[in-house]
Ligand binder design. Structure first.
Ligand SMILES: N[C@@H](CCC(=O)N[C@@H](CS)C(=O)NCC(=O)O)C(=O)O
Length: 220
């Protein structure tokens, strides 16, 4: 976005699943921001100045008006609550509980399984000249199946993961699915879940999703 003076700064990388989550929230809210690229996978590890900002050395981190934050969930909730634009969390406690449950499912079960065990192992590892660990992929498939089954069932009576309107739950899950489906196993598994496939298609056409596509998706 063009004029970012006084705007929030997001520290992260365009390839990063977890950086994309608050980017999606910023885009959906229409908030101008600056993305400060940080490569935590650089040889030698994350820059020391960055580790002062994020002691665990992970991306993203965030700064706005003197407020420093890390953890994508905390950042996204702040973005939703501090800026005008469409609300990304339901106003009722039950609705918010569903959003938070899905975010927790993504963090606790989906990320490692869909992204590291399947996407990275099947797609990234061979580009580095190493063979995929087939046992790791095979062991992950049933765990991935559970994630997809649970999320698909939740879409039975509404179009978004946590209800009738887009929420932080959708923005948390989308970047994980974006990489998962680049693995043949991921694309094939997703195609077997019709509600989740419809959700994926609807999400893919959103301008926020289009402008935050990862280099891996763009080079496909
Ligand atoms: N719980 C953190 C997770 C962040 C995370 O794992 N980010 C990845 C990139 S998508 C990372 O920094 N990985 C670096 C590493 O594992 O050393 C959050 O929600 O922000």
């Amino acid at each position: 976005m063009a004029n970012t003076a006084g705007s929030p700064v997001l520290f992260g990388a365009r390839y990063s699943v977890y950086t994309r989550i608050p980017r999606l929230a910023l885009e959906e809210k229409g908030v101008a921001y600056h993305l400060e690229e940080v490569d935590v996978f650089a040889p030698g590890g994350p820059p020391a100045a960055y580790v002062e900002r994020q002691p665990f050395g992970r991306i993203p981190a965030f700064e706005h008006d003197g407020l420093r934050l890390y953890e994508s969930g905390a950042i996204s909730r702040y973005i939703d609550e501090a800026f005008p634009g469409p609300a990304l969390q339901p106003s009722d406690p039950r609705g918010r509980a569903h959003v938070n449950q899905i975010i927790s499912i993504c963090d606790s079960y989906a990320y490692r399984t869909l992204v590291w065990d399947i996407f990275v192992e099947r797609v990234s590892v061979p580009t580095e000249g190493r063979p995929s660990d087939e046992a790791r992929i095979a062991a992950a498939l049933p765990r991935a199946e559970t994630c997809l089954r649970v999320l698909d069932a939740g879409l039975a009576d509404h179009p978004y993961l946590a209800g009738q309107t887009l929420s932080l739950a959708d923005l948390h899950a989308q970047p994980m699915f974006a990489l998962f489906r680049l693995a043949p196993e991921g694309e094939q598994m997703l195609s077997r879940y019709s509600a989740l496939s419809r959700w994926w298609q609807a999400m893919a056409s959103r301008p926020s999703v289009q402008v935050t596509r990862s280099p891996r998706e763009l080079s496909r």
